[in-house]
Design a protein around this ligand. Structure first.
Ligand code: SF4
Ligand code: FES
Length: 338
């Protein structure tokens, strides 16, 4: 089937979604994704980060689709024409999606372990606005321990369901899920039951934000100060292919390897993740290739500082003229002292 995305035409197999077709073209055309995760069956359709405009449904029926559609669950038709970054309507809608995702978010990136590899941070940087329009109190939750290795900070969760699908599809029994509905919805375990399973640590890797973090790594370092190295071991439970994150000579974190979309290549077991933290446990392959455009790796903070218009505009908006006609009589006593 032929599909055109942002003026680039590609041929794909029937059943391909717009997101998959866009990813085949390349990162510059691929819509952002907060809930879709290719290795997890059934993921997508929750967050609306990937909305695109279909200006022609197919060659047979070239009418445009009346509303923006989620590209991760919409299959392409032959002759379909899609606009992603070329549509001002899509870009405007994404600003709204970011605003909704941040509505209850604590904006605690400076103390969040996920900062630097957080999809919400990237999404906000690329598509959000720099101001908040809300003054209402945010939903807050106490941090929860989910067993010995995983910490849940529900304040940061965007309810993407990735961790729920991971527990369903990768572990032997899911003991957590989304409780309640609407703005009461939250990820939780019944009666704070520990997530205790050989593959449970993978929920940390799939979480796009800092809601599920590794307790053995929390607050040890900022990710951009660490050195990631690909390594493998002979593991009986998983593929044993991991990334080791070094601080000096010390392995401070072990994660699964990720592809250019930030998705896990091989889910790894808890023994590799939490218990093999010595270099001697591993055969080192070499430095990890940083493929994803994270806020830090893409040097986006640098990008904003070399664009003087951005901070100047911010400063100009908050600048108050100094009133030189103020009453100066309060200076008089000092004059008298002299
Ligand atoms: S905890 Fe993370 S992975 Fe699970 S639903 Fe929330 S944001 Fe998604
Ligand atoms: S990535 Fe498509 S709806 Fe979330």
């Amino acid at each position: 089937m032929k599909v055109t995305i942002d003026n680039i035409t590609i041929e794909v197999e029937p059943g391909t979604t717009i997101m998959q077709a866009a990813r085949q073209i390349g990162a510059h055309v691929a819509p952002p994704a907060m809930c879709y995760y290719e290795p997890l069956k059934g993921s997508g359709g929750k967050c609306r980060a990937c909305l695109v405009k279909v200006t022609a449904g197919s060659e047979k029926d070239p009418r445009p689709m009346p509303k923006l559609v989620p590209s991760c669950i919409t299959q392409v038709q032959d002759g379909m024409i899609v606009e992603n970054t070329t549509s001002p309507q899509v870009l405007e809608a994404r600003k709204g999606v970011v605003e909704f995702l941040l509505l209850n978010h604590p904006l605690d990136c400076p103390v969040c372990d996920q900062a630097g590899e957080c999809h919400l941070q990237d999404f906000t940087f690329e598509h959000g606005v720099s101001k908040t329009r809300t003054i209402e109190e945010r939903n807050t939750f106490e941090p929860q321990d989910l067993g010995p290795y995983i910490q849940l900070n529900m304040n940061r969760c965007v309810l993407c369901y990735r961790c729920v699908y991971t527990a369903d599809q990768v572990t032997e029994g899911r003991v957590h899920g989304v409780m309640h509905r609407g703005d009461h919805a939250e990820i939780s375990t019944y009666i704070e039951k520990a997530i205790d399973n050989d593959f449970s640590g993978n929920v940390i890797d799939v979480c796009p934000v800092g809601a599920l973090t590794d307790k053995t790594y929390r607050f040890k370092n900022r990710v951009w100060f660490t050195k990631p190295v690909d390594a493998h071991c002979d593991c009986g439970k998983c593929s044993g292919k991991v990334t080791l994150w070094y601080r000096g000579d010390e392995v401070i974190r072990v994660t699964a390897r990720k592809n250019e979309w930030g998705e896990v290549q091989d889910f790894i077991c808890n023994t590799c993740r939490f218990e093999r933290k010595k270099t001697s446990d591993w055969t080192i392959e070499g430095p990890m290739k940083v493929a994803r455009h994270s806020v830090i790796s893409a040097n986006k903070y640098g990008a904003s500082s070399i664009k003087p218009a951005f901070p100047l505009k911010q400063a100009a908006e908050q600048y108050k003229q100094i009133d030189d006609n103020r009453d100066r009589s309060f200076l008089e006593p000092q004059k008298q002292l002299k």
